[in-house]
Design a protein around this ligand. Structure first.
Ligand code: HEM
Length: 268
């Protein structure tokens, strides 16, 4: 019995202990009560602290990207959503070409792509690389100011500017264009030979630079892109004799007197 009596007491006590604590706290001093409520509030606040999750970060990043695209579209009057940058994989014809793989065209095959057949793209070649220039039919299409470049590799004309005589990839002898014309002569033949070799080396470098510049122009142009290579019969190409410089390029050659004068001006 005593056990039976004790149990509820014990249970009451323990209940009291549980329930008593708040009761005691309620009964206790007001400062203790407010301290405890402050601490439990701070715990609750701590639980409710905003935690930045990865998802939040992704949301913010996405919002920034969308805002940047929108602003770029607005600022460039609808031209670009990437501030003028247009990666190649966002250009449909380039992607199609990439999937197809690079072309290998003989000069007769290349000539079909000169713009006269409107179902075909317009191609031109610089130093053996074929570029698609279909995006500019006004310039390269029939009646265009540079239609003569379409459907062929006319690298020589890109260097000399002789758009009638030099529509060929043959660059042999073209370096002469950068070699000064002798209008005064005061050196011995041996000295002249040494100077000629040096000038020829420099002239070849100038030709290379000019060709590279045009290659870069088409390669990096926002509307054109490379599509393949021209395959040339080397025997046929080597069989030709060296071409002479066209008249207009001959006229453009620098005069030695002028070159020497510029050199003296440049030297201290
Ligand atoms: C070595 C000499 C030259 C070469 C190789 C050359 C080549 C070219 C090429 C390939 C284009 C087309 C650019 C594009 O695809 O957007 C072009 C455009 C143009 N070129 Fe030349 N050019 C030369 C000299 C000149 C000269 C001397 C003039 C001026 C008298 C000139 C005036 C123009 C003009 C106005 C355009 C704009 C397109 C047009 O209205 O036809 N070029 N040039």
């Amino acid at each position: 019995m005593s056990e039976l009596r004790q149990r509820p007491v014990a249970s009451n006590q323990s209940h009291d202990t549980h329930a008593g604590a708040p009761t005691q706290r309620r009964r206790g001093s007001s400062s203790a009560s407010s301290a405890s409520s402050a601490s439990s509030k701070s715990e609750r606040d701590h639980d409710q602290d905003p935690v930045i999750s990865v998802l939040d970060l992704i949301r913010v990043a996405l919002a920034l990207v969308v805002a940047s695209c929108g602003l770029s579209y607005y600022m460039t009057s609808g031209e670009s959503m990437l501030w003028g940058h247009r990666p190649w994989y966002t250009r449909w014809p380039v992607v199609v070409q990439w999937v197809r793989g690079p072309l290998s065209l003989t000069p007769p095959q290349l000539s079909l792509y000169n713009g006269s057949d409107r179902t075909l793209p317009i191609y031109l070649a610089v130093n053996g690389t074929v570029f698609d220039v279909s995006a500019n039919p006004v310039v390269y299409g029939p009646g265009g100011s540079y239609n003569f470049f379409a459907g062929r590799d006319a690298t020589r004309a890109f260097v000399t500017g002789c758009f009638k005589e030099d529509l060929t990839p043959d660059l042999r002898g073209v370096e002469e264009m950068f070699v000064p014309v002798d209008d005064v002569e005061e050196l011995s033949s041996a000295q002249r030979k040494i100077r000629r070799e040096k000038e020829l080396r420099e002239a070849r470098a100038s030709v290379e630079k000019t060709v590279r510049r045009w290659d870069g122009f088409f390669r990096n142009h926002k509307k054109y892109f490379p599509v393949g290579k021209v395959v040339v019969d080397t025997e046929e190409a080597e069989g030709e004799t060296t071409r002479t410089l066209c008249e207009s390029a001959q006229k453009q050659r620098p005069k030695r007197s002028q070159v020497d004068k510029n050199k003296n001006k440049g030297s201290p």
